[in-house]
Ligand binder design. Structure first.
Ligand SMILES: Cn1ncc2ncnc(NCCc3cnc(NC(=O)Nc4cccc(C(F)(F)F)c4)s3)c21
Length: 272
């Protein structure tokens, strides 16, 4: 029945299970589609919250963008539907949950684990960029892990079609903002390359490089690129991060360049 896209999905098609997570606009549940037995992560978003947050256009853009992306390291949006009060996103279920939960539990990741995740995120982002999509909100909270420990890039709630000037209102952490956004300049797809550098540092060290007590201090450290590396990071890791965290966005190492970087090659053995 559900193969033809005109099928009207509803909550009645799903059996809800345990709650997997809670966000600002709604909750995520483990769910099973009754007829096929398919397991999904059902994200519910309260319409009145979306209207209050003035993010209606964003959720529609996310649905349009994520429905058209098909990549092994991007969380699939299977179907979406709505009722009087909520919008529902039936997403691919990531068996090992959120990356940041693992990062906070373990503290920091090994070079091998980091290289694998960075390779997979770079591969997913390169695919997005080729489809003219900038993710813009890359951080551990938006990364999930499949049961085979593969990265699933999720939450395209902030993604846009390149190039873009649309303001990214400050919600959540500032640590990942690149200098061009902090300085309110026009920006392009290279914002994702910057975020990949922040992500790589945070995976290896356990916290982002410019984290500070005050917003002003974080801004200052981002625009001056004040970065220090702990002793335990290898020269290869320092080299890759230093080639991503460059003020001039066009000089940042490309995503294919990240995937071919010696540090990645040496540390990520079983890449396909
Ligand atoms: C926790 N967890 N454990 C396992 C597991 N497996 C899959 N998914 C999980 N969690 C959901 C991950 C998400 C993916 N895509 C999202 N998309 C979104 O949240 N979009 C969104 C929200 C609010 C406002 C807007 C708007 F309007 F601003 F655009 C957009 S959330 C899982």
């Amino acid at each position: 029945a559900y193969k033809n896209s005109s099928y009207k999905w509803s909550l009645d098609d799903f059996e809800l299970g345990t709650r997997l997570g809670r966000g600002k606009f709604g909750r995520v549940y483990f769910a099973r589609e009754k007829r096929s037995g398919w397991v999904v992560a059902l994200k519910t978003l309260l319409k009145k919250e979306i209207v209050k947050g003035h993010v209606e256009r964003q959720i529609l853009r996310e649905i349009e963008i994520q429905s058209n992306l098909k990549h092994p390291n991007i969380l699939k949006l299977h179907v979406w539907f709505h009722d009087d009060h909520r919008i529902y996103l039936a997403l691919e279920f990531a068996g090992k949950g959120e990356v940041y939960k693992q990062l906070t539990t373990i503290g920091r990741f090994s070079e091998q684990r980091t290289a694998k995740y960075i390779y997979q995120v770079a591969d997913a982002l390169d695919y997005c960029h080729r489809k003219k999509v900038i993710h813009r909100d890359l951080k551990p909270e938006n990364l999930l892990l499949s049961i085979n420990d593969d990265i699933k890039l999720g939450d395209f709630g902030w993604s846009v079609h390149a190039p873009s000037l649309s303001r990214k209102t400050m919600c959540g952490t500032l640590d990942y903002l690149p200098p061009e956004i902090v300085e309110g300049k026009q920006y392009g797809k290279y914002v994702d390359n910057w975020c990949l550098g922040i992500l790589c540092y945070e995976f290896l060290v356990g916290h982002p490089p410019f984290e500070s007590k005050t917003t002003e201090e974080t801004y200052a450290r981002i625009t001056n690129i004040e970065i220090s590396f702990p002793m335990h990071i290898s020269p290869g890791g320092v080299d890759l991060i230093s080639k991503l965290l460059l003020k001039s966005s066009v000089n940042r190492i490309t995503l294919p360049g990240v995937m071919k970087h010696p540090w990645i090659i040496n540390n990520y053995k079983d890449k396909k």
